[in-house]
Design a binder for this molecule. Structure first.
Ligand code: SF4
Length: 107
C-alpha cells in the first residue's frame, strides 16, 4: 500500500531519536531548553530524546501535512509504514485507523 500522506503518524506518536541522532543535535527535542544530557540512557529515561512537538502534539517538523525534514527524518519515521505486518506496529496502526475513521466521519 502506498502512503496516502494523511500524516496521522506524525500527529499521533512521539518520535524517539536514536543515540546518534540525539547526539548530532540536529533535531529539536522536547526538553532542549533545559540543556543536553550527555548520558544517553539517562536522556532516554527522561524522554529528552523525543522530537519536539507543536501545541497540538503533532511533530514540530510537520508543516501543511508534510515532513519538512523528509530526507533526514529520524530512523523511527523511516521504519514505520502503516501497512506493515510487523506485530510491533499493530497498536499504532489501529490508532491511526481509528483516527482516520473519526476524521472521515466528521461533517
Ligand atoms: S520527522 Fe517528519 S516523518 Fe517524522 S514525525 Fe516528524 S514530520 Fe513526520
Amino acid at each position: 500500500m502506498k502512503c496516502s500522506q494523511c500524516s496521522a503518524c506524525c500527529k499521533l506518536f512521539m518520535i524517539n531519536l536514536t543515540e546518534k541522532e540525539y547526539r548530532s543535535k540536529k533535531y529539536q527535542t522536547v526538553f532542549e531548553k533545559f540543556g543536553f544530557i550527555e548520558d544517553f540512557k539517562e536522556a532516554e529515561r527522561n524522554g529528552a530524546n523525543i522530537l519536539a512537538m507543536n501545541e497540538d502534539e503533532s511533530c514540530i517538523y510537520l508543516k501543511n501535512n508534510k515532513c519538512t525534514i523528509h530526507k533526514r527524518r529520524p530512523t523511527a519515521c523511516r521504519k514505520f509504514f502503516c501497512d506493515s505486518k510487523n506485530p510491533q506496529f499493530k497498536n499504532m496502526i489501529e490508532k491511526i485507523t481509528r483516527h482516520v475513521k473519526n476524521q472521515n466521519s466528521q461533517p
